[in-house]
Structures are given as structure tokens and as C-alpha cells.
Design a protein around this ligand. Structure first.
Ligand code: ATP
Ligand code: PRP
Ligand code: MG
Length: 409
């Protein structure tokens, strides 16, 4: 069943927020991690009006939910997707950063990361991670930007700490049938200008994104539009006559193609991938939260920066390190991160130590590997060794600086 929402509805229907911290989910959970769940619970203060407005949006046809509270606790809480396509990738990413999530079994919703002793992991559905960040029940989370934007609704308490975790890539896009009255419609402008749409008979769009959808249409000046919502298989809606268009996530494009739908120019609402998000209140008010986010961020940046690079080592004949450096730097793809590292190779011949070769070490973007190898050979490089890079720890972590600025620290 779909719910028809008025065009101007800016909020999404969703289950009520939990007004207070949830009780322990498992009685067998390690006691050390749950000391906060005992009698030391204490309400600190009510949260901001944006949460209240989110609650008012969810309370369609029911009493408004009570305001959420922030509770004092010792552990920092990181929310990870409990299931679905983001779950395994989030854990794998942390593992690649040497942060090992210890989950006893897939139905256990709490876990620990031994490398971050003051932090516990809570597995939740992605949309609930966002809701719980807003309600103060989580401090950090990994979710898709689409979910964050839809359920976070631009709330200033939500800070994107790392915006490109390199998985969960997709985009939120409008799609229409590639047949019938839409056959020659290829842009949002053309779609909006079709004579078929009026106040009485608006363009009907099926979507799960009932906040971002109306917002996008409004921003693009599209007036005669009505949204309906469903939980999945939206691509069937046009053929079933339920909707004229859909607004849904696309990655490979296969589902659209298989259902005779097409994307249109100007119809992309959002480019999305997994992000690390934090609650501003948690970072400023909760002891240890900033340290935890710093450590996670350093590891993420070092890993993700290295992930796109190879280390390339080659030998090069030359009279001096400077002369070799000049040759290497004459090639556009060989400058490395800061410049090539060049070291003498000491050879022993007839009892004499001589330097005829220099070893050069550079980091090369994976995409540019072959081009770089060709350039190295062109300036006399031989014996080229290529190995993957695991981490690049820079002098500083750029996103950490940005975070501190954002927090006015
Ligand atoms: N092709 C895709 N379709 C949908 N989501 C994708 C796709 N590619 C990447 N994603 C990411 O995965 C997330 C969806 O994951 P998943 O389907 O497991 O969760 P969900 O649909 O939000 O949860 P649930 O099905 O429990 O309501 C999206 O929010 C998006 O960030
Ligand atoms: O571009 P593609 O690679 O084909 O992926 C897009 C499809 O994947 C998602 O559906 P999902 O598999 O989550 O099923 P659902 O729509 O029933 O939730 C999304 O809602 C699209 O339908
Ligand atoms: Mg899904």
C-alpha cells in the first residue's frame, strides 16, 4: 500500500524515536561495556528543536513523541549497519584499518573493538543509526550519505567526519519509463514541462526518499508533483500504473534497465557513498569522543589514502642523485607524494665500492601505474618493483583539522 503525501510535505514518515536509551539487548553481554546501563543513568539535558521537528514529522496521526535525552555514559558508541549491503563492507573497512570488530554472532547487536577500549559498536539499521545519532543514543556512525541526508534532514548536530569511505557508491536519481508519453523526454526540464501535469493530475513519483524528493522538486521549481512511498521494488510502480516516475538509488543501473526505465538529465538528487558521521554534541560534550574520532579518522585517512596508491621502486643508472632526480622529475607522473626518494646503490667491484645506480622510490596512483612504468623506463629505469601500500600517515590528518574548525576548537 502506498501513502499519498502532499507536495509540500518536507518530512519523512518513520517510526518513533526512542525517547531514552534502550535497555541492554543481551543479558550475556560483557559487563564492563554496560556499566552505564545500571543505576548511574542520569538525564543531562534535552536535545535541540531539530529532533523535536523530526519527531513531529514521524508522529503523523499519533501523539507527538517525547523529546529525546542525552544520557551520561562512559563508553563511546559507534553505530554500524546491522545488515544489508553496507554491513560487511563497514566491518571490512575497519579491519583494513586494524580495528577489529569482535562480534560473537550475527544476531548479537553489540560488539567491541579491542583497539578502542572506550568504544562499543552497536549494530543498527542504517536509518536507525541516523535517528539514534540525533537522539543521542549513538555518538558516531557509518552510513550511506543518502540515508544520512534523508533521515538527518540537514540537522546541524550531524557532522560528516569522513565523506568518502570508498564503498556503498550509488546515486539517488529520478527515473521515468523509456516508452509511451516519456519516450522523447530526456531531462528534468522536459519532464516538468509536459502538458499532462496539473494541480488535479500531478506527476506521481514513487520513492522511499520522502524528505529529499519533495525538497529536490521544490528547489527545481517543479510544482505539480505528488509523492507516494513504498518499501522496495519501486521500479515496478510505473508499469503497474501506480506512479509516473520513481526516485530511487541506482548503482549498476541494471534494475532500471530491466524495468524499462531511464534516468534523465538533471535528475540526480544526490551522489552517495559511505560516510563517517558524528554527533556534534557527543564530540563537544562526551568525554573521550573526540579522541576516539581522532584515532578512527587517522586510521581511515592513512588506509584510504594508501588504498589508491602503489609503491614503485626502480633502479636507474646515473652520476649523482641530483642528476637522476632531474631525469625523474622531467616526467609528469613520477613526482610521488612529495617527490621521489632517491638513494645510492653501493656495488662492490674488484674490491672497490662504487655508485653506478640509484634506487628511486615513488608512490603512484593505481590508475596511473602503467603510464608511470612507461615513463620510468623512458628515463632509464630498470628492475621496476610494484607493491601495494597499506598506510600513508601524513604529517597531519586534513579532515581532523577541518573537524576542529567545524567544532570551533
Ligand atoms: N544499488 C544500491 N541500492 C541501494 N542501496 C545502495 C546501492 N548501492 C549502495 N547502496 C547503499 O546501501 C544502502 C542501503 O543498504 P540496505 O539496502 O542494506 O539498507 P536499507 O534499504 O536502508 O535498509 P532496510 O532494507 O533494512 O530498510 C543505501 O542507503 C546506500 O547508501
Ligand atoms: O542500479 P542497481 O545496481 O540495479 O541497484 C539499484 C537497486 O538496488 C536497490 O534495491 P534493493 O536491492 O535494495 O531492493 P529493494 O528496492 O527491494 O530494497 C535500489 O532500491 C534499486 O532498486
Ligand atoms: Mg534495501
Amino acid at each position: 500500500m502506498s501513502i499519498l503525501l502532499p507536495t509540500n510535505l518536507q518530512k519523512c514518515p518513520s517510526p518513533s524515536l526512542s525517547p531514552s536509551p534502550s535497555p541492554p539487548l543481551l543479558s550475556s553481554s560483557p559487563s564492563s561495556a554496560f556499566s552505564f546501563l545500571g543505576t548511574r543513568r542520569r538525564c543531562l539535558r534535552f536535545v535541540t528543536s531539530s529532533v523535536a521537528s523530526l519527531q513531529s514529522s514521524v508522529a503523523i496521526g499519533s501523539a507527538p513523541a517525547p523529546a529525546a535525552v542525552v544520557v551520561e555514559r562512559d563508553q563511546i558508541r559507534l553505530g554500524l549497519p546491522s545488515k544489508g549491503r553496507m554491513a560487511a563492507d563497514a566491518i571490512d573497512l575497519l579491519k583494513d584499518c586494524q580495528l577489529f570488530v569482535k562480534q560473537v554472532n550475527p544476531r548479537q547487536y553489540v560488539a567491541q573493538i579491542p583497539q578502542l577500549p572506550n568504544t562499543e559498536v552497536w549494530f543498527q539499521r542504517p536509518k536507525d543509526i541516523v535517528r539514534k545519532l540525533l537522539s543521542g543514543d549513538l555518538d558516531l556512525g557509518i552510513v550511506g550519505l543518502d540515508t544520512l541526508s534523508e533521515y538527518g534532514q540537514g540537522d546541524e548536530d550531524l557532522i560528516v567526519v569522513h565523506e568518502a569511505l570508498n564503498f556503498g557508491d550509488c546515486h539517488l536519481s529520478i527515473a521515468i519509463p523509456n516508452y509511451g508519453i516519456f519516450e522523447n523526454i530526456n531531462s528534468l526540464k522536459e519532464l516538468a514541462e509536459m502538458p499532462q501535469w496539473s494541480e488535479e493530475r500531478p506527476l506521481r513519483v514513487a520513492t522511499g526518499f520522502t524528505y529529499l524528493g519533495p525538497k529536490f522538486m521544490k528547489e527545481n521549481g517543479i510544482k505539480h508533483v505528488a509523492f507516494s512511498t513504498a518499501d522496495g521494488a519501486l521500479e515496478a510502480a510505473p508499469a503497474m500504473g501506480i506512479a509516473d516516475a520513481i526516485l530511487d538509488l541506482v548503482s549498476s543501473g541494471t534494475t532500471l534497465k530491466e524495468n524499462n526505465l531511464k534516468e534523465i538529465e538533471g535528475g540526480v538528487v544526490l551522489e552517495s557513498q559511505a560516510v563517517l558521521v558524528a554527533s556534534r554534541r557527543a564530540l563537544t560534550d562526551r568525554k573521550g569522543a573526540l579522541n576516539t574520532v581522532h584515532e578512527i579518522l587517522e586510521r581511515l585517512e592513512a588506509h584510504l589514502k594508501a588504498d589508491g596508491q602503489f609503491t614503485v621502486v626502480a633502479n636507474m643508472r646515473g652520476n649523482s642523485a641530483e642528476e637522476v632526480a632531474e631525469r625523474v622529475l622531467s616526467q609528469p607522473s613520477l613526482s610521488g607524494l612529495q617527490g621521489p626518494t632517491i638513494s645510492p646503490v653501493y656495488c662492490k667491484q674488484d674490491g672497490q665500492v662504487s655508485i653506478d645506480y640509484y634506487a628511486i622510490v615513488i608512490c603512484v596512483p593505481k590508475k596511473a601505474l602503467y603510464e608511470s612504468v612507461k615513463q620510468l623506463r623512458a628515463v632509464g629505469g630498470s628492475g621496476v618493483l610494484v607493491s601495494p601500500l597499506t598506510y600513508i600517515f601524513d604529517e597531519d590528518t586534513p579532515r581532523w583539522g577541518q573537524l576542529l574548525t567545524n567544532l570551533k576548537l
